[in-house]
Design a protein around this ligand. Structure first.
Ligand code: CP
Length: 307
């Protein structure tokens, strides 16, 4: 099993890491006592907005008996606004905290931070790069629901071009779930990036781009919806072209399999109408809740390499 010092991308994990995290998350849910980390401090340093990731990391650390220090608008309220480099910030924060969860707008920022950090760095989202802890909690949610991930048809819908969660998920699927079939449904200018398609081909994963949304819904076990991210578009005219016509509402859920699930990393906009929230196939709030157990597992592993 890989000994993880930092978590910055999905490609770092091996199968044993993933299985360990799922088992630990199950245990955290029931009784985290053996994994408590009193006296340890988590710093959450967020250069981009967040509700779920920051608060679930903080909740995870508090449930483990540790403490939290935080800056939720680091670009404006940290010394970066005075010109400090990310590297210098991390070197200093590592004197105050035992582990750092970092969200940044630049692809590769977490890896850059990990290169200079004496304490574990967790990538809490790096621009349009990756969001590995989200992908792990997504997989954990699917595993709990179906018992087995391999062999499922997973349909990713929405902003596949800039979506960091779908990128991280594809890297995990490529390595560990060879019999998963991927279906991509998106506005034309938000299609899945070529590097991920090439990677999936290299790994022998079956994937297809589907323009017939109803057909995609009918064939899939898991529908993974995503929001078109306005903040990633420099040109608002291009954003207007990315209007997401693909939504889950009372008129489209009729096409879902009886035991399908609908997931979303959240926040959602119009792509999932709240009118369907009570349908038992809608898993997004349960998925967000699972973030706490998975992040407790990640913190425990990084703070205690003997686990
Ligand atoms: N899923 C996710 O990353 O949500 P937040 O942006 O609220 O952290």
């Amino acid at each position: 099993m890989n000994k993880l010092k930092h978590i910055y991308e999905s490609q770092q994990f091996d199968q044993a890491n993933l299985e360990k995290i799922f088992t630990l998350a199950d245990q955290m849910r029931v009784d985290p006592t053996p994994y408590r980390t009193p006296g340890k401090i988590l710093a959450t340093i967020f250069y981009e907005p967040s509700t779920r990731t920051r608060l679930s990391f903080e909740s995870a650390m508090l449930r483990l008996g540790g403490s939290v220090i935080s800056t939720e608008n680091a670009g404006e309220f940290s010394s970066v606004s005075k010109g400090e480099t990310l590297e210098d910030s991390i070197k200093v924060i590592s004197k105050y905290a035992d582990i750092i969860a970092l969200r940044h707008s630049e692809i590769g920022a977490a890896k850059q931070a990990a290169a200079v950090s004496p304490v574990p760095i967790i990538n809490a989202g790096d621009g349009a790069g990756q969001h590995p802890s989200q992908a792990i909690l997504d997989l954990y949610t699917i595993q709990r629901k179906f018992g087995e991930i391999d062999g499922l048809t997973i349909c990713m819908v929405g902003d596949l071009r800039y979506g960091r969660t779908v990128r991280s998920l594809c890297y995990f699927i490529g390595r560990f779930y060879k019999k998963v079939k991927l279906v991509f449904v998106s506005p034309k200018i938000c299609r899945m990036a070529w590097d991920i398609k090439e990677y999936l081909d290299e790994m022998g994963i079956a994937w297809q781009e589907e323009t017939d949304y109803v057909k995609a819904l009918k064939m899939s076990d898991c529908i993974y919806m995503t929001r078109v991210q306005k903040e990633r578009f420099l040109d608002m005219a291009r954003f207007e072209q990315a209007t997401n016509d693909f939504c889950i509402d009372n008129s489209t859920i009729v096409h879902l399999k009886e035991n399908a699930v609908v997931m979303h990393p959240l926040p959602r906009l119009e792509e999932i109408n709240p009118e369907v929230d009570e349908d038992p196939r809608m898993l997004y709030f349960e998925q967000a809740g699972n973030g706490v157990w998975v992040r407790m597992a990640l913190i425990a592993i990084l703070l205690n390499p003997d686990i």
